[in-house]
Ligand binder design. Structure first.
Ligand SMILES: Nc1ncnc2c1ncn2[C@@H]1O[C@H](COP(=O)(O)OP(=O)(O)OP(=O)(O)O)[C@@H](O)[C@H]1O
Ligand SMILES: [Mg+2]
Length: 156
């Protein structure tokens, strides 16, 4: 794990802008794990990543029962939301990660629900909400082959 990078945003638009910078820096094969409570801003960050992949951010939503949404931009965006997964073994049965093993960008909300079923190398983003519209984002690289080039998008 690398030293965490800290960023504060003060609106959903600012969070999306940060996501867009990350998305623009993606080359394919990156995994991003987005943690934080309900309403933290994980999907808004993903909308920004979509913009950085030349996708319409309005396509990115949080449908209740959709585990995986695939969007085709400059690179494929695999948007995974594990909120409803109760046991990591469910992911094995769903063969979810067989689908995302391509040249795309994989963004996973609620990675805690997938635990050791998730890809080992990632940019990990934790979002802490409040007060008001303020969001604190802590970002770090994890695993043996993390997407270190994404740090440049954060001005590091
Ligand atoms: N600085 C901010 N960054 C992101 N979202 C913000 C910010 N300030 C306010 N918001 C609001 O917080 C909410 C974030 O919702 P979002 O769906 O992105 O959260 P989430 O983390 O994906 O939640 P869930 O766990 O339910 O999927 C939105 O209503 C958004 O307008
Ligand atoms: Mg969400």
């Amino acid at each position: 794990m690398t030293t965490p990078i800290l960023r504060t945003t003060r609106s959903a638009t600012e969070t999306a802008r940060l996501g867009a910078a990350i998305g623009a820096a993606c080359r394919g094969g990156e995994v991003l794990l987005l943690s934080g409570p309900l309403g933290a801003g994980k999907t808004h960050l993903t909308k920004g990543i979509a913009e950085g992949l030349q996708l319409d951010p309005a396509q990115v939503t949080s449908p209740t029962f959709t585990l995986l949404a695939v969007h085709h931009g400059r690179l494929p965006l695999y948007h995974v939301d594990l909120y409803r997964v109760e046991h990591p073994a469910e992911l094995f049965q769903l063969e979810l990660f067989d689908e995302v093993d391509g040249p795309g960008v994989t963004v996973i909300e609620w990675p805690e629900h997938g635990r050791d079923m998730l890809p080992p190398s990632a940019l990990v983003v934790r979002i802490t909400p409040g007060p008001g519209e303020e969001r604190r984002l802590t970002l770090h690289l994890d695993g043996p082959h993390p997407p270190a080039h994404l740090l440049a998008a954060l001005g590091v």
